[in-house]
Ligand binder design. Structure first.
Ligand SMILES: Cc1cc2nc3c(=O)[nH]c(=O)nc-3n(C[C@H](O)[C@H](O)[C@H](O)COP(=O)(O)OP(=O)(O)OC[C@H]3O[C@@H](n4cnc5c(N)ncnc54)[C@H](O)[C@@H]3O)c2cc1C
Ligand SMILES: Cc1cc2nc3c(=O)[nH]c(=O)nc-3n(C[C@H](O)[C@H](O)[C@H](O)COP(=O)(O)O)c2cc1C
Length: 626
């Protein structure tokens, strides 16, 4: 008779997942024996350097190679056909992690041994010892690997990358088709694995932001291929639909609010932070999480499910001549066109799919050429032509409602760094939101989610939200010093950090380097920082305003000016955080930090870059940029 399956708490599972993800194959085998030893002796066995009670042991390894104080290691999986499956995750905003959880659950349901490894914790040298590797990676920046995967990609591209003969693999690439370099990180890793001799189990699948169905199909496909013929018959082959509904990480309770089941949060406060005369609008939005069961940690983000601007919906109805009540098919079933344009479809940014559909409907040579042309030209065209501009410039007489929505992609939630700590604001989540506003072809436009949040001013306003964990951007131990570099809304998570550290009475020093345009109008949360300085929570505050002087000065300039102190703090074990703009600010801060290491640390430029890479690997240089 099979022994009963022991019950593990979600914490146990999380700890195990984290540990499993950080191990190479040899370590995993050693630990399997170690745990068997614990079970065999009924007590915890001392770790690596421990004096085990039963025999001569050096460094935790018995002379015969068995782990300290343990019985000989068992194979990781039973059965001759069992192979170890490693799921490697490259992610920034958590989608790949969630899918890795679904893949792991689907694999386990088929009796496959599957471990999930975050690429930042994974030692890429161990790749050569792998058997089956499934990579799920997003693309960030402008075609770059996500931040947690930079070291992995660098190693893989380099000369030290091992031959991967005997390794089987497949890649799920997450991306956004409005970007020029669509899914390029996934494409890169897929090509490189092949180049290194690995055998492809299934073709790479590239997923747009509405990735759920494509990802579920890929998961079902790879799991089916990996399942040995003699796998337990009880589990049954996973279907794409079943995979899609599996809980992330296999531990989330079915009732929890999540991206798929957001919580309707009441808007408690919604005020403009920027002052009169500012060139931008930045808002402070307070949301109630009461009775949601949602919790978060400083560093996490809130996913906001927006609605489109009603004025834009009206404009599209008017331009297409379609009835607001015309029924259209959506994933939620048949709904009226107005509702679909409000809540279901993205009606601002156009995508390659929309271009393809519109080229067909209009028969336009210009659109057909764009469709067939290069990605760069397409991206530039999309920048100038949103959905309403297509409708304007390339009208389709007598278009039907179903035809119109066919090329549109589902409306996606947007993430906002949480700017509060539950310790200071129980049951609440605060956001710092810059309202995206711009002119295109003479008409004023607003960003979908930031515009929606800016309109949530009525007393009973609510917005659907969920918590997006961000384990790559966490506070260190209470006594460790931190340097927080943030421009604009990049300051949001630092408000959460400082609230948390104040509430905990943490002793670590805190240095905030904040950048914006004008002192008078854009010094976000100025009074709060000053209070924190007064009570000693904030050790140093270095604001810098780019438009207050003839020469523009940014956070990276302030860091350079204070280079000696920055270097001293880093030598004292400080963590440095960078949050905000990904395109200009983050690379410029990186350059400034490298220059500081050269000037004040006496390193040459190559060593300085290596030093920063090492800090990133040690989770002491952390980025949350967008
Ligand atoms: C982890 C994370 C944390 C974040 N935290 C925050 C935060 O704390 N605060 C915050 O404000 N934002 C934050 N963001 C950004 C946020 O998620 C949204 O991307 C941002 O608010 C814009 O979304 P939107 O729906 O308002 O605009 P969208 O509708 O997505 O519009 C943005 C798009 O508008 C178009 N556009 C913009 N300007 C022009 C122009 N001049 N001409 C033509 N097209 C143009 C571009 O295509 C651009 O991509 C974060 C993002 C991430 C990933
Ligand atoms: C700041 C930013 C930059 C991005 N750049 C790209 C890109 O260059 N190419 C692409 O295909 N997708 C790009 N994306 C889209 C992400 O890859 C996509 O949202 C993916 O689902 C994120 O997965 P993750 O949550 O696992 O990181 C970008 C997303 C963000 C927020």
């Amino acid at each position: 008779m099979r022994p009963p399956v022991p019950t593990l708490t979600p914490e146990n599972l999380e700890q195990l997942d984290r540990l499993a993800g950080s191990l190479d194959r040899d370590q995993a085998i050693w630990l399997s024996g170690y745990f068997a030893g614990i079970a065999g002796h009924g007590t915890a066995v001392p770790a690596q350097d421990g004096a085990a009670s039963n025999g001569a042991v050096t460094n935790g390894v018995a002379p015969d190679g068995a782990a300290a104080g343990v019985v000989a290691p068992e194979p990781l999986a039973a059965g001759p056909a069992a192979r170890l499956l490693t799921i490697l995750v490259g992610t920034d905003t958590g989608n790949a992690t969630e899918l890795a959880g679904e893949l792991q659950a689907a694999a386990k349901a088929q009796g496959l041994e599957a471990q999930v490894a975050d690429m930042s914790d994974y030692k890429p040298r161990a790749l050569k010892d792998e058997q089956d590797v499934l990579v799920i990676t997003s693309t960030h920046g402008e075609g770059d690997p996500p931040p947690n995967a930079l070291g992995f990609f660098e190693f893989l591209a380099g000369r030290k990358a091992p031959k991967l003969d005997g390794v089987r693999f497949s890649v799920l690439a997450l991306g956004d088709s409005t970007y020029e370099h669509y899914c390029s990180a996934g494409k890169q890793v897929d090509a490189r694995f092949e180049e290194l001799g690995a055998e492809r189990i299934a073709d790479r699948v590239d997923c747009d932001v509405d990735y759920e169905d494509d990802a579920a199909a890929w998961i079902a496909g790879v799991v089916e291929r990996l399942t040995p013929d003699e796998a337990p018959a009880t589990a049954g082959a996973p279907t794409a639909a079943a995979v899609g509904s599996a809980p992330a990480g296999g531990v989330a309770p079915a009732t929890a609010h999540s991206k798929k089941h957001p919580f309707s949060a009441a808007v408690l406060d919604n005020v403009v932070l920027t002052g009169r005369g500012s060139t931008k609008e930045t808002r402070h939005v307070e949301l109630s999480l009461e009775d949601s069961g949602l919790t978060y940690e400083p560093g996490d983000a809130l996913g906001v499910v927006p609605e489109n601007d009603p004025a834009l919906v009206d404009l599209l109805l008017e331009k297409t001549g379609l009835s607001a009540d015309a029924p259209v098919t959506t994933k939620q079933g048949e709904v009226a066109l107005r509702d679909a344009l409000t809540s279901t479809f993205e009606i601002t940014a156009a995508t390659p799919r929309f271009l393809e559909q519109w080229a067909e409907l209009t028969g336009s040579d210009e659109l057909a050429a764009l469709k067939a042309g290069d990605a760069k030209a397409r991206t530039a065209f999309f920048h100038e032509h949103h959905v309403s501009d297509f409708v304007d410039r390339f009208p389709v007489a007598g278009i039907e409602a179903e035809q119109f929505v066919k090329g549109l992609r589902p409306l996606q939630p947007r993430l906002y760094s949480i700017a509060s700590s539950l310790a200071a604001a129980p049951d609440e989540a605060h956001l710092t939101v810059s309202t995206v506003q711009y002119d295109l072809h003479g008409s004023g436009r607003t960003g979908v989610a930031s515009g929606h949040l800016a309109r949530l001013l009525h007393e009973d306003a609510t917005v659907p939200v969920y918590v997006q964990r961000n384990d790559h951007f966490r506070l260190p131990d209470d006594d460790a010093p931190i340097i927080m570099v943030g421009a604009g809304t990049g300051v949001a998570p630092y408000r959460a950090f400082l609230q948390e550290r104040e509430a905990r009475g943490a002793q670590g020093k805190n240095w905030l380097v904040f950048g914006e345009r004008n002192f008078r109008s854009d010094f976000l949360y100025q009074v709060e920082w000053q209070d924190l300085l007064k009570d000693g929570t904030l050790t140093r505050l270095d604001p810098v305003f780019s438009r207050d002087s003839a020469t523009k000065r940014y956070v990276q300039d302030r860091l350079r000016e204070k280079g000696a102190e920055v270097w001293d703090w880093l030598q004292d074990g400080a963590r440095i955080y960078v949050c905000g703009d990904a395109n200009a600010m983050a690379p410029d801060v990186h350059t400034a930090l490298a220059e500081i290491a050269v000037e004040h640390g006496g390193l040459d430029r190559e060593a300085a870059d290596a030093h920063l890479t090492e800090l990133q690997r040690d989770h002491r240089y952390l980025l949350d940029v967008y």
